[in-house]
Design a protein around this ligand. Sequence first.
Ligand SMILES: [Zn+2]
Length: 218
Amino acid sequence: MFFEKKFPPWMDTLPPDTMLYHAKMAQVNDESIHRVPKWANTSEDLEYYRYVVEHIESVRLVWEKFWRNIDKNHNTLDFWIQDCEFFTIRGLIYSHDISKFGHEEWNGYRQWFYPGGGTEDKDMFARAWNHHQKSNPHHWQYWLMFEDGKTIALEMPFEYVIEMLCDWTAMSVKFKNLPSNWFAENRGEMLLYESTVSIIERWLPIFDEVYGLINKEV
Ligand SMILES: [Zn+2]
């Protein structure tokens, strides 16, 4: 058992409109969602916890803006619903990055981003990041296969590409860099199957719009 059932005392002070509050409520109703790891007891743990939840909250916001935007301005939502893709992607979005709450990833990330006086351990971070990308199909690295002495990229299913674009756009909003700019800057570092590139190029302009919509509000 890696999780504690009780909540840390600071969670009781949360206003009811924050996602952390809902995470807490979800914890009451469903032990499998957003449980606060039992090792999240130092101030650095709590800072990192808030950082992860803020990211998850941002990915959900991007998704909500994205599908409403294509429904309103691009008239393509019917296609999604007919293909059940809408609900498949929604399911992925609402469980995005949950593995970060597990013991395989928590300490490796936490000590790297919030060392709090301790020294950062690069190998420990590498193991956490490796676990993350190998257990989350929304990372293009998940779709790499080592075969006959070389690494090849496999085709990435549509729903995971959209989840990946929601993830990228959330980070774009945080670092104030248009998603298509970010992709152009980082494309050279990525190994992607051709159809994956086509899906990215097809949808990235819509995510640029979403980026604009969210930036207008903040
Ligand atoms: Zn991820």
